[in-house]
Design a protein. Structure first.
Length: 94
């Protein structure tokens, strides 16, 4: 049986409604997975709802958004030192 390869990534969650301060989460996901898998892990860890409708994952570089990720992007395209932020937009703001 082949070993499952995982990667550990840090994602900082920012709630767009300002209901909490930004919090960082250390998440483990399969290296062969997709961004949607990372967002599902974040959703469970942070207690936020509706992964596909309300979470947006970005990479920041030099205090600017460098890349927007879509659900089907590969986890293997994310480096362990990338600065990842997820913005959570509650349904009442959408």
């Amino acid at each position: 049986m082949p070993a499952v390869t995982t990667v550990s990534l840090t994602v900082t969650l920012i709630r767009a409604d300002g209901s909490d301060i930004p919090k960082s989460f250390q998440l483990r996901v399969g290296k062969d997975g997709m961004v949607v898998d990372l967002l599902e892990e974040l959703s469970a860890a942070a207690g936020v709802d509706s992964v596909r409708e309300s979470l947006c994952l970005v990479e920041m570089f030099n205090h600017r958004v460098y890349k927007f990720f879509i659900a089907r992007d590969k986890i293997s395209s994310i480096r362990s030192d990338d600065k990842l932020y997820a913005f959570w937009f509650p349904k009442k703001l959408m």
